[in-house]
Structures are given as C-alpha cells and as structure tokens.
Design a protein around this ligand. Structure first.
Ligand SMILES: NC(=O)c1ccc[n+]([C@@H]2O[C@H](COP(=O)([O-])OP(=O)(O)OC[C@H]3O[C@@H](n4cnc5c(N)ncnc54)[C@H](O)[C@@H]3O)[C@@H](O)[C@H]2O)c1
Length: 285
C-alpha cells in the first residue's frame, strides 16, 4: 500500500501535486532546496485549502486533517527514508534529474517507487540512473495539478507491470483519469502542445493576426479551452523553448523553435511568471 509520498521540487507543479496528494489522504512531504520556495509553496497551499473550504469542496475538518498530513522540508536525503512513492518535480534538466534519482535510489527504501513529472525526458534514461529501473516511470501531471483531470503515465523500457498498477491506483485515489503510454519523445501531450504553440508563434511572426485574434480563433473555432499563446505564457516561454529544443533534437525539423519565441526568451519575456510574455500581466504573478 502506498501511503507515504514525497514530492521533490516545490515549484509550480510540486506544490500542486503535494496539495492533491494530501487532500487525497496520503501523507506528503514536500521538499525543495530553497527555504523561500517552501515558504511560498506553504502560502499558496494555504490559499488552496481556504478556497476549497469556501467553495464547499472540503469541510473545515477535512482541510485540517489534510494540512496535518502535509509537511515541508529542505533535507531530501532524510525526507525519503520512509517513502513509498517519490514524485520528482524539479527543473526540467537531465543532469539535475540524474543527480536527484541517484540520490533517491541511495536513500529511499527498497520497495519505494520513483516517478518523474517530466514533460519530455525519457523515463527509460531516468530509470537507468537507479538500480531499480523496474520501479521508475513518468507520472506527468498538468498545470494546475489539483485541477487538471489527466495524469499521463509513461512506462520506461524496464518499468514493471506491478509499478504501473500501483501508480494507476495512486492516480485513482487522487481522483484523476489516466492514459498509460509507451515512451517516445514528448509523450502524447507535450509533443502536440509544443507543435501547436510553435505554429501559433510562427503565425504571430508572420503577421497573420494579433495574439488576441490567433487565440480567439483557436479557442472558438477549434474548441480549445485556452489559446495556444496564452497557454505558452502560463507554461513559461523558457520551458516551452526548452521542450521544443529537445523535440527538435530528438524528432527533427518539424519542431524547430520559432525565432520569435527564441527572441522573447532572450528578452526575458518568459510569460506570467515575469509579468510579460506574449501578453502583459501588469505585475509578477
Ligand atoms: N509548469 C508546467 O506547466 C509543467 C507541466 C507539467 C510538467 N512539468 C514538469 O514538472 C517539472 C517541474 O516543473 P515546474 O514548472 O514546477 O518548475 P519550477 O521551476 O516551478 O520548480 C522546480 C523546483 O525544483 C526545485 N529544485 C531544483 N533543484 C532542486 C534540488 N536539487 N532539490 C530540491 N528541489 C530542487 C527548485 O527550487 C524549484 O522550486 C519539470 O520536469 C517540468 O517539465 C511542468
């Protein structure tokens, strides 16, 4: 039975996953190497609890007991000693993930499953950083993790059926839908989203329309809940560029990042998080 969950990385995704886990009855340790990240994660999670109580999604008692199950830590090695499942959500850099998974493998109990929330990287390669590749896979949540219905489950070459089964149970307890797919760069969702977003940047560069017009056309004409340019601002233009570069390198020409996207990133226009991307947001969010 999986009860003790550790989420590594307290950024945009990690905090949402930690909240989801605690609300779903798991004991959750949220770990980040920076105290100020942990503080801001705690504050945002408190706001999520307050909002859920206000909207009658949680009773006061449920929120209080979920909060009790959730704790915040900066010591990764100590935090994973009793973990049944570790969900890694650190920055999308392979060398960083390597360092983290080697460490997790050394310090997590032998039965512990180690999954990555990576959007693009290979779970097979991530598994190879450990001596338990059968217990490694990708568990790809979406932003915001507490709201989005899907978790994309991606098996690596060595991932066992038992690991997949246990992770599907965890996702079910979190009240999520899943798709379980085999590894290929960009999985299903990141590959498609990167392509659509990149095409929207090309249209903007070619002067086909304003950002508002392009987003409105895609939303109302193709029935997308969000326009691809506003979504890129939400994801972060740097993260999007990073994904496209990886897909370009692994899947070829079709994924070459649009020069306008590269220019925005060079200018520091990274999206909502910097207050300006394709759109202006007034202040940093
Ligand atoms: N942002 C999205 O929309 C989104 C969606 C799905 C998946 N993802 C994936 O989730 C992962 C995290 O993305 P994010 O957007 O939350 O990034 P983020 O930059 O918001 O957060 C990453 C966190 O990792 C922490 N970190 C870095 N090194 C660490 C270490 N050694 N030990 C502990 N913590 C460390 C950082 O301090 C930071 O708080 C990435 O793999 C990304 O591809 C992101």
């Amino acid at each position: 039975m999986i009860e003790q969950l550790v989420v590594v990385g307290g950024g945009v995704m990690g905090r949402g996953i930690a909240y989801t886990g605690a609300v779903s009855g798991f004991h959750v340790k949220l770990v980040d190497k920076y105290e100020q990240v942990l503080q801001s994660a705690r504050q945002e999670i408190e706001e999520l609890f307050a909002g859920a109580v206000q909207r009658n999604k949680l009773t006061l008692e449920e929120a209080a007991s979920a909060k009790e199950r959730l704790s915040y830590h900066s010591d990764l090695e100590g935090s994973v000693q009793a973990a049944d499942l570790v969900i890694e959500a650190v920055t999308e850099k392979l060398d960083l993930k390597k360092q983290i998974f080697e460490m997790l493998d050394r310090h997590a109990p032998a039965h512990g499953l180690l999954v990555s929330n990576t959007s693009t990287l290979s779970p097979t390669e991530i598994g190879s950083f450990t001596r338990r590749p059968d217990k490694v896979m990708a568990m790809h949540f979406f932003n915001p993790a507490y709201k989005m219905k899907l978790i994309e489950l991606v098996r690596g070459l060595e991932t066992s059926d038992e690991t997949v089964r246990l992770i599907q149970l965890v996702a079910g307890r979190m009240n999520k839908e899943t798709v379980t797919i085999n590894e290929f760069p960009g999985f299903v969702t990141s590959r498609m989203s990167a392509l659509v977003g990149n095409e929207a940047f090309y249209m903007l560069m070619e002067g086909v329309g304003t950002p508002e017009e392009i987003d409105k056309a895609i939303k109302l004409g193709l029935n997308y809940p969000m326009g691809p340019l506003e979504l890129a601002d939400l994801v972060g233009l740097d993260a999007r560029l990073n994904n496209l570069r990886y897909l370009h390198q692994t899947l070829g020409e079709k994924y070459r990042p649009c020069p306008l996207l590269v220019k925005y990133v060079q200018a520091g226009r990274l999206g909502r998080k910097t207050g300006r991307g394709v759109y202006e947001y007034g202040k940093k969010e």
